[in-house]
Design a binder for this molecule. Structure first.
Ligand SMILES: CC(C)(COP(=O)(O)OP(=O)(O)OC[C@H]1O[C@@H](n2cnc3c(N)ncnc32)[C@H](O)[C@@H]1OP(=O)(O)O)[C@@H](O)C(=O)NCCC(=O)NCCS
Length: 210
């Protein structure tokens, strides 16, 4: 439920180097043991910032009473069709610290940055995300657009949102994001994770079967 009192105090702004640790910690806390034992999203953010595909102009952190409580990180992606390549956006992660989840911060980060992306003239955003969360922001399964994963697959978590009506009309093909999303070897993640407060890795019901 939206927490009007909290949202009035929430500042959504560009990330500065001084925010890096707190933003990554919020990501760690949000994703830890969510999809698998532990998580790699804090390391992903760390790598993304140095990726040429990263888009700081669209990425934002959420600050509450002087503390970073969440963020969203955008990067360039593309849909490769038979005879054309269409640039699109992706984001990931989007996270809100568990201490302030479900009060509207995630929605605020998403609505704010989708508006920035629209104003900047971007066509569409394609993501892998929670299929129950994103439809309220206009995301639909990529299947309806004729867009598949690089492996030619479709599933509910693979979704796209047009930033202008019809922006994905006629755009068919395979979705590719920057390789950084795939370059997260567990040993490197564990090594990077040492700089954060240690939390137990647990196998919990509802995690992906990986
Ligand atoms: C998902 C996340 C970013 C949402 O941010 P938030 O600030 O907690 O959510 P909001 O307050 O903006 O939205 C709340 C609404 O979304 C729903 N919601 C929140 N997380 C959800 C989820 N994972 N799946 C489905 N619905 C979700 C809430 O039930 C609530 O619904 P309501 O408005 O009908 O009551 C945040 O909960 C989070 O960081 N979760 C862990 C990491 C994660 O899953 N990130 C997204 C990966 S794709």
């Amino acid at each position: 439920m939206r927490d009007k009192y909290m949202l009035e105090r929430l500042v959504i702004r560009e990330e500065t180097p001084a925010d890096h640790y707190a933003a990554e910690l919020a990501a760690k806390r949000a994703f830890w043991n969510l999809h698998r034992p532990g998580c790699d999203e804090h390391y992903l953010i760390h790598l993304l910032r140095d990726d040429p595909a990263y888009i700081p102009a669209l990425s934002r952190v959420a600050e509450l009473d002087g503390s970073i409580v969440g963020g969203i990180w955008y990067s360039e992606a593309r849909v490769e069709g038979e005879d054309q390549i269409t640039p699109v956006l992706t984001f990931g992660p989007l996270c809100v610290d568990p201490s302030v989840q479900k009060k509207g911060a995630g929605s605020a980060l998403l609505a704010h940055t989708m508006s920035l992306a629209r104003q900047a003239g971007h066509k569409a955003i394609i993501i892998y995300g929670e299929p129950d969360y994103y439809p309220r922001f206009g995301f639909r399964p990529c299947e309806v657009y004729g867009i598949t994963t690089p492996q030619g697959r479709n599933f509910p978590a693979f979704m796209g949102a047009e930033l202008r009506p019809g922006a994905l009309a006629g755009v068919r093909g395979k979705f590719y994001e920057t390789e950084t999303f795939e370059k997260l070897p567990p040993e490197a993640v564990d090594e990077y994770d040492r700089r954060f407060p240690q939390m137990p890795k647990l196998r919990l019901p509802g995690q992906w079967n990986t």
